[in-house]
Design a protein around this ligand. Structure first.
Ligand code: PEP
Ligand code: MN
Length: 350
């Protein structure tokens, strides 16, 4: 339920509404707006009788939020949420940031070279996993803490913002210290204790769609993070399991306009995991920008043939540079622009 206050409602009116919501056994979330204040009601798992509140002083309207993912829904908040992970790296506005880098952090040389290459080509953030969720326990599991130190070094060298995955609560604390945005991978989209934990860390979260998750399940997972008080959530379409082994996943581009309709949160696209095939990453990235993606996550490796994970879907640096050039007119055609690495990043690089 959302209580919309009148334009001339006083603070005392808002306080009285909050007190009534508490008396009913729920939690009020006041949301001051440019025109008027709204007070959301959270904590209910079904319809709430709003008749008492409707009659209170200063109340303009009581709206029943029909979606279970209420704080994530457009009914709750009509304007887009803007998520800033670092100065100049902003998701959900007119500019479209590109996050690029290898699947995994493999060595100092590899991650620093990757950072330099993707920055030169136009990325504004570096991706790369230190903690890797691998299907086989015998595959490379990531460098762990050392990988985070190397990402921090790459940030110092290039000024790029860092996006990296956390697989558990202890890892999330480490990622929150070292990085600018905590990635929750597809395999952990429904790890509810991890979602609650990152909801309490107050750091931006990039939440990937689970490989068999519906859009509603993705939005409900985001709701877990918002319900803990962290509204800085970026959703990510990375493909879902299909029936056809011709591609690694089915890259569901309809998710982008659908999420824009259902939610105020930004949604980015990951065509690397979405297709699993290097030659298909460029066309599907173009398509994702055209579909309105609020950012791109793409795997790029200095030597993909020697990558310790996901080499087959990683672009060569020169392919990535060509891709970024192609994306600019596509973004412009729909009134967006590809975010440019600016002076701020160079300053951060020191
Ligand atoms: C990754 O980004 O390298 C990754 C493991 O992605 P996903 O969780 O989408 O499989
Ligand atoms: Mn990967």
């Amino acid at each position: 339920m959302l209580v919309v206050m009148q334009r001339d409602a006083t603070q005392a009116d808002v306080d009285a509404v909050c007190a009534e919501i508490r008396r009913m056994g729920f939690e009020p979330v006041p949301m001051p707006g440019a025109q008027r204040t709204a007070v959301g009601l959270v904590g209910n798992d079904g319809p709430v009788n709003g008749s008492v509140i409707e009659a209170m002083a200063g109340v303009a309207q009581v709206i029943h939020v029909s979606k279970p993912h209420k704080q994530v829904s457009r009914e709750w908040k009509s304007e887009n949420t803007i998520v800033t992970i670092a100065p100049g790296v902003v998701f959900g506005g007119e500019s479209v940031p590109i996050v690029a880098g290898p699947c995994s952090v493999e060595s100092e040389e590899q991650i620093v070279l990757s950072a330099r290459q993707v920055r030169a080509a136009g990325a504004v953030a570096l991706r790369g996993g230190a903690f890797k969720p691998r299907s086989s326990p015998y595959s490379f599991q990531g460098m762990g803490k050392r990988g985070l130190e190397l990402l921090a070094l790459a940030r110092r060298e290039t000024g790029l913002a860092i996006v990296t995955e956390a697989m558990d609560e202890a890892g999330a604390d480490l990622v929150a210290e070292a990085a600018d945005c905590i990635q929750i991978g597809a395999r952990n989209m429904q790890n509810y204790s991890l979602l609650k934990h990152v909801g309490r860390l107050g750091k931006p979260v990039l939440l990937k769609r689970g490989m068999s998750a519906t859009i509603q399940e993705l939005l409900l997972s985001a709701e877990y993070i918002l319900a803990e008080g962290n509204g800085q959530v970026i959703l990510c379409e990375r493909g879902v399991r299909g029936f056809d082994p011709a591609t690694r996943n089915l890259f569901d581009l309809t998710a982008i306009p659908l999420v824009h309709q259902l939610s105020h949160l930004p949604i980015v696209a990951d065509p690397s995991h979405g297709t699993g095939l290097r030659a298909k990453v460029t066309p599907m990235t173009r398509a994702a920008i055209a579909a309105g993606a609020d950012g791109i996550l793409v795997e790029v490796h200095p030597t993909p043939d020697r990558a310790l994970s996901d080499g087959a879907q990683s672009l060569y640096p020169e392919q990535f540079a060509a891709l970024v050039r192609e994306l600019k007119p596509i973004a412009a055609a729909i009134g967006r622009r590809i975010a440019e690495p600016d002076g701020t990043a160079a300053e951060r690089a020191g």
